[in-house]
Write a protein that binds this ligand. Structure first.
Ligand SMILES: Cc1cc2nc3c(=O)[nH]c(=O)nc-3n(C[C@H](O)[C@H](O)[C@H](O)COP(=O)(O)OP(=O)(O)OC[C@H]3O[C@@H](n4cnc5c(N)ncnc54)[C@H](O)[C@@H]3O)c2cc1C
Ligand code: FES
Length: 374
């Protein structure tokens, strides 16, 4: 699908030298770049030395979404990556945004998420590969990153960010959120749901069946704009669909590490019980829950088979019910709305966001990342 957005009837001559684009982050950091004719904004920024949060570079993952003012063409993209309502509100995907006049871009993240130069790449040894759900399809992968000149042994990232994983010598890569926290030991942890016929899923199946001794991967990143927002001590509610749990687990672990006092709730949704990750097999997450002063896990099973005494339905259903109860408990007074962090398939992200905003949660308190195939 190709759409075209023109503002105020502006004419759009294609200047041979290209169009200037002013990019401003949420905390006011400004970058000025120039798009050559036919060049998208993401590529122009990278050419100028600014690597913005992004993944697929083909309009399918939604990671490069930003608000764009000014006339531009929007190239082929997936409607899941840029829902119509976001487009109507001025959002665009920078990897397929082609200016036809000078643009102003508001980036939905802070300046520290912009990588200057090139994305760091490190070799890593596979330390452990363990199935953590009864159906054996959700797999925890632990990696030991080799030290590099910039970070030494440390693995530095903001909870919520992702890395790209490939095999040495191969171009093909897949994105995975980091499920652990920044550390000095060089360790990175991923939570991967194996997909039928999938490339990386097949590699994981092989490691599980035949062992992973000596296996190496290449880790590129960290990248991405998803992350915790420091907003005082408002409760934080996390809504995860499947392995959307990974970035949220990292945030919860970081909160425990920092001794954050906010009440925490995780709604974790799966289709059926055998998909539910076993917290005994994710001991660091279980410990973080124990360390936080007020933390609750709400597992939600959409189509339970056999006995299940937890929530039946999606995490969006459970969220809506609990938010409605908050309103009732406020007896007409002000509601102490939690900050919401949602990660999972687009349908879940959209349903949870819609439910929250309809009940009354301010839109700027809902933060989300869509888990799309990378
Ligand atoms: C920013 C970002 C973060 C991500 N984080 C995670 C994460 O933490 N954990 C995780 O498991 N995945 C995550 N993903 C998805 C991941 O990058 C891969 O797309 C996924 O693991 C499939 O890779 P694969 O090589 O096994 O399958 P592929 O070879 O890419 O695909 C094989 C088949 O599986 C289908 N498929 C792929 N993904 C899905 C899906 N989610 N649901 C249904 N069918 C699918 C494809 O359409 C295709 O038919 C993330 C994606 C992005 C963009
Ligand atoms: S990087 Fe633009 S949609 Fe994926």
């Amino acid at each position: 699908m190709t759409t075209r957005l023109l503002t105020d009837g502006a004419s759009c001559p294609d200047a041979p030298s290209g169009h200037p684009v002013m990019l401003t982050t949420r905390d006011g950091v400004r970058f000025d770049v120039r798009c050559a004719p036919g060049e998208d904004v993401l590529s122009a920024a990278a050419r100028a030395g600014y690597v913005l949060p992004s993944m697929c570079h083909k309009g399918s993952c939604g990671a490069c979404s930003a608000t764009v003012e000014g006339a531009h063409e929007l190239g082929e993209h997936s409607p899941q990556a840029l829902p119509e309502k976001d487009r109507a509100a001025g959002a665009s995907l920078l990897c397929c945004t082609y200016p036809t006049e000078p643009l102003q871009v508001s980036l939905p993240f802070e300046g520290n998420r912009v990588i200057h130069g090139s994305v760091p790449e490190r070799q890593a040894q596979v330390l452990a590969v363990d199935a953590v759900s009864p159906d054996g399809l959700t797999v925890r992968v632990r990696l030991a990153l080799e030290p590099d000149e910039v970070s030494g042994a440390a693995v530095e990232f903001e909870s919520g960010q992702f890395v790209e994983v490939s095999l040495p010598g191969l171009e093909v890569r897949r994105a995975y959120s980091l499920a652990n926290v920044a550390n000095w030991d060089g360790e990175a942890e991923l939570l991967v749901r194996r997909q039928p016929g999938g490339w990386f899923s097949g590699i994981l199946a092989d490691w599980l069946a035949n062992g992973f001794e000596g296996a190496q991967v290449v880790v590129r990143g960290p990248m991405g704009a998803f992350g915790l927002h420091e907003n005082g001590v408002r409760p934080r509610w996390f809504v995860a669909g499947g392995t959307g749990l990974a970035p949220l687990a990292s945030m919860v672990r970081r909160m425990a590490e920092w001794g954050d006092p906010q009440p925490v709730r995780i709604y974790l949704g799966v289709n059926a019980q055998p998909e539910l990750p076993d917290l005994d097999l994710l001991p660091e997450l279980a410990e973080a829950f124990d360390a936080l002063p007020d933390a609750a896990l709400v597992p939600c099973v959409w189509h339970p088979d056999g006995a299940w005494d937890g929530v039946v339905g999606t995490p969006a259903d459970a969220l809506e019910k609990d938010l409605t109860e908050l309103v009732a408990a406020s007896c007409g007074g002000p509601v102490d709305w939690p900050d919401l962090y949602v990660c999972g398939p687009p349908a879940l992200v959209d349903a949870a966001t819609r439910a929250a905003v309809d009940v009354g949660v301010p839109a700027d308190q809902v933060h989300s990342e869509r888990c799309l195939p990378s």
